[in-house]
Design a protein around this ligand. Structure first.
Ligand code: NAD
Length: 358
């Protein structure tokens, strides 16, 4: 059942209608979205849906029975990530740059569009700034006009090189506003500000999720991130490159756990105007990740150390108490299980690539 038609026709809405004014209707609408997101078929827009996380989110929303409009300009994403979704009649792909206006109908908007890896955003710094500012503005305007639920995917990078550990949502961060990462960190911070102003000025039903390092199938092999780098190097028995001495720590979250958190953050009641960290709290050194991946790939790769990258944080670990308490979010996939699934996916990709070449 389409939610807007359900609302127009009365149904649960008539029981909830307290006052016949715009605010009460908006309130009912949001309330019903929250109540029936597991049983209704909603119209959902995913910007950046052809990217790593977006493609998993689109697949999950289709599995749950929703209609999905995936909007992506393929700047850092790939059509291959959504190949398997095209045969679902509830899936539509639109190649479009979300910094430019376009119209669509939506009950909910997940705004993920943005380069996310250091290689991606340093290669496209202006596009990154624009998609997180102008693109976020365009999506917020749509959310306002359509009374759609809205979720902005921010990042742990807004904490910069944190002076507080682990990072809670009320920590303001330690960010270099003019360094090579600023195009990403600062534009995500502005995206957060815009989202909160739309929430305060127009009472739109918006929330922010700060994603910490996420890994899994569909991530790009050449985007310079730690896990894809290590896995592709180990699968070819090449040396694994560590930037720094290997003692920096990272915590990584498997993509299906992250997607579950995004759904809960958008649809659970009482999440409007809230900010949630989503990530894994299990912290390991970069050296430990390298050693684990070598073992799981049955590789004999040596490890080489190169100088640290500029503004690369020393430690990063989320405090996820708020997401656990308010969303009931629980991590389900263990590190070894997630790494095995990711290694298997990269291994299939690499053998398909080599059979095409030969
Ligand atoms: P990704 O690069 O794989 O996906 C981003 C997608 O956005 C790509 O498909 C790209 O083509 C698209 N895009 C970029 N600019 C666009 C524009 N102007 N119009 C339309 N589409 C555009 O990245 P990802 O890892 O899937 O990240 C998704 C979101 O999650 C991003 O907002 C990112 O900042 C955030 N995030 C990701 C991680 C992570 O570990 N992967 C960590 C923190 C935050």
């Amino acid at each position: 059942m389409r939610l807007k038609a359900y609302l127009r026709g009365g149904g649960l809405a008539s029981h909830l209608r307290l006052k016949n004014n715009e605010n009460s209707i908006r309130y009912e609408y949001y309330l019903i979205s929250s109540i029936c997101w597991r049983s209704c078929s909603l119209k959902i827009v995913v910007t950046g849906g052809a990217g790593f996380i977006g493609s998993h989110l689109c697949a999950r929303l289709l599995e749950d029975g929703h209609s999905v409009l995936c909007v992506d300009n393929l700047l850092t994403g790939s059509e291959q990530n959504i190949d398997s979704l095209h045969n679902n009649p509830r899936f539509t792909f639109l190649q479009h740059d979300v910094t430019h206006p376009f119209s669509f109908e939506a009950d909910a908007i997940f705004h993920l569009a943005s380069p996310a890896s250091p290689i991606g955003y340093m290669e496209h710094p202006i596009e990154t700034i624009l998609v997180n500012s102008q693109g976020t503005y365009q999506m917020l305007e749509q959310a306002r006009k359509q009374k759609a639920l809205f979720l902005f995917t921010s990042t742990s990078e807004i904490y910069g090189d944190p002076l507080v550990h682990p990072q809670r949502e009320d920590y303001w961060g330690n960010v270099n506003s003019i360094g090579p990462r600023a195009c990403y960190d600062e534009s995500k911070r502005l995206g957060e500000t815009l989202t909160m102003e739309y929430y305060r000025q127009y009472q739109i039903n918006a929330r922010i999720v700060r994603i910490f390092n996420t890994y899994g199938p569909n991530s790009q092999a050449d985007d310079g991130r730690m896990i894809p780098n290590f896995i592709t190097q180990a699968l070819q028995n090449e040396s694994l490159t560590i930037y720094g001495d290997g003692n920096k720590t990272r915590s990584i979250c498997y993509v299906s756990d992250l997607v579950e958190g995004l759904l809960l953050a958008l649809f659970k009641p009482y999440t409007t105007g809230e900010v949630f960290n989503l990530g894994n709290t299990e912290e390991h050194t970069v050296l430990e990740y390298a050693q684990t991946i070598i073992r799981l790939c049955n590789a004999s790769s040596p490890i080489v150390f190169e100088s640290s990258r500029i503004d690369d944080p020393e430690r990063r670990r989320p405090d996820i108490t708020k997401a656990q308490r308010m969303l009931g979010w629980q991590l389900k996939v263990s590190l070894e299980d997630g790494l095995r699934r990711t290694i298997e996916w990269f291994s299939t990709q690499m053998s398909q690539l080599s059979s095409v070449r030969s």
